[in-house]
Structure formats: C-alpha cells, structure tokens
Design a protein around this ligand. Structure first.
Ligand code: CDT
Length: 308
C-alpha cells in the first residue's frame, strides 16, 4: 500500500485590522473542521494567519505594533485552535508574528509553528528571506517587513509529522531555490508554506499580469527539482485596502498542481499526497547522492555581496 499523507491547505480571505483575534481564530477553527471532515491529516494556514498583513503600513506606536504579535503559543486567544486540533485529531502549520525572549532582549520574527494531531507543539520555523525595506521607498509598494522583523535564525529544520518529514517556509522564501534544496538535503518529503502576496507592485506595473505565474513557477520548480510535495496557503482578497493574490495550491514532486483554490476567500483544498511518488521522481532524474556536484557549487554558500 502506498505511503500517503492527506494534506489540506486552508486559504483565508482577508483578515481586516478591525477583526478581533477571537473572530479570526473562530474562522481558523472552522477551516480546521472542514479539513478534518474532508479526511485531511494536516492543515496548512497562511503567513500571519492571526492578523492583517501590517507591514503594508509604517506604524510608529510600539503598542500598536505589539498588538500584532504573540508572546505565547498557544496563548489565551489561540488555545481554542489547539484544542480543536486535539479534538479533531488533525495537526496544522500556522503562520503568526512571534515575540521571542532571546539573548536578554525581545526579538520579532515572522514565524510558523507545526502542531501535531494531539494539539501539541512539534517545531518552529522563522522566515529566512525577509523582503521589503525598513522605511517606505519612493515608487515602490510599501512593504516594511524589514522594519518589524529580524531574519530567521533557526535554519531550515525538518520535523517528523506522523512519520512524514515536513519542512516549513514563509512567503518570500518560496521564491528562493535554496529553500527547497535545504529541505531536500534535510530529508523533507513535504514543504508547507503560507504567504501574503500583493496583487500589484508599484515598482513593476508591467509585470502585473505575471503575478500568479510567478507565484506558482518557483513552487512547481522547487517541488520538481527537489522531489517534494509543496502545500501553500495564501491569505487572499482585499485586506485593509490592499489586494492579495490567492492561488493556494498543493504541488506534486512531478511539478504538477494537484489541487488549487478557486476563490479569494476562506477555502479548503485537499489532496491525498502519495509519498512514494518522491522515490519514483528520484529514479527518473534526481539521484541526488549520485549526480549532485556540491564541490562545484561552493559559490552558492559564499558571503552575500561577494559576487552579485
Ligand atoms: N509576505 C511576503 O513575503 N511577500 C512578498 C512580497 C514582497 S514585495 C516587496 C512575496 O514574495 O510575495
């Protein structure tokens, strides 16, 4: 019998700034219930799934900024989601803004946690590729993630989820080939990720028609070239005046999109992922142990800025 993991991707529609955590968590619980009813064993939620994507604004009041962050996971408002996971026996990956107390100071990360079907914490990933700037820049869509977040410091860990090796990534990470190769080298079988991607970028209006293509292209390539399943959840629709793309999907190691969301709202898509397909794809082209030439790729890990 084939080894399988039935994966649900829970896209959310917009989460407006006016929404309370209780309302938002209620939506996530409902999506988790839909996933479980469809027979899924894991649910993938978007990046920053508890709040609006606030880096679209410059905010100076620290108390206002802090309100987007979680200092404990689960906390009093998110416990309900963890209880639902244990009740429904379905785990999840959830993106959120993390306050971490490390090195004697408070640190801010764009984070995703993996939670098991018993509602218990399995592992954590902190976004590595943090895009945008610290200050608004003339002629570009305001995207101030570098103002509010430090780059991740946990590497690209891969965790055991019911015997399946799962890695996590967050939004801009999906555009970088290194993300998937790190998963692959760490033995991942499934990469789960969440994203908030603006539909329009002021810096490149001529490329507007390619936004969805450039969403799927790196994920399909990453899945194919690293023989992984990729499950990606968007936050979609008109959020606080900014249009976010949808296109949440589940991609096979063949590079094919096996399931895709069709709305810009809360929507669950499900696919029974055949993990044996990974071995088949490796046989076709990607015997990594035999064909990779790491000694010839050293430039890839040389310091940033030394060549480009
Ligand atoms: N959230 C996130 O990482 N979004 C980026 C948009 C960056 S625009 C400066 C993305 O890659 O979709």
């Amino acid at each position: 019998m084939a080894r399988c993991l039935t994966i649900a991707v829970a896209q959310t529609g917009p989460i407006q700034r006016s929404a309370t955590r209780a309302e938002t968590v209620g939506r996530l619980v409902h999506l988790l219930e839909q996933s479980a009813a469809a027979g899924a064993e894991i649910t993938v939620f978007p990046e920053m799934a508890l709040t609006t994507f606030f880096p679209r604004w410059r905010i100076d009041d620290q108390a206002e900024i802090d309100a987007f962050f979680e200092s404990a996971m689960p906390g009093p408002e998110t416990q309900r989601l963890y209880d639902a996971a244990a009740r429904l026996k379905i785990g999840f990956a959830l993106g959120y803004c993390e306050f971490a107390r490390e090195d004697g100071r408070t640190r801010h990360f764009n984070t995703m946690d993996l939670v098991g079907p018993d509602g218990r914490f399995i592992g954590r990933y902190r976004k590595m590729h943090v895009p945008g700037s610290a200050e608004p820049e003339e002629g570009t869509t305001t995207h101030l993630e570098r103002r509010y977040f430090e780059p991740g410091n946990l590497g690209f860990p891969v965790f055991d989820y019911r015997g399946v090796r799962v890695g996590m990534a967050i939004c801009n990470d999906r555009r970088w080939p290194e993300t998937y190769r790190m998963f692959c080298l760490n033995g991942a079988e499934v990469a789960v990720l969440g994203y908030n991607t603006p539909l329009l970028l002021d810096e490149a209006p001529a490329l507007a028609h390619l936004r969805m293509f450039h969403n799927h292209l790196p994920m399909q390539a990453g899945a194919y070239q690293n023989t992984l399943w990729v499950a990606a959840a968007a936050k979609a629709g008109l959020e606080d005046g900014q249009a976010l793309i949808g296109g949440s999907c589940i991609i096979a190691p063949t590079g094919e999109i096996a399931a895709q969301a069709i709305s810009l709202g809360d929507e669950v898509i499900v696919h029974r992922a055949d993990l044996d397909l990974i071995a088949t794809c490796r046989k076709v082209n990607f015997d990594f142990a035999l064909y990779r030439r790491p000694d010839q790729y050293r430039l890839i890990s040389e310091p940033v800025g030394s060549h480009v």
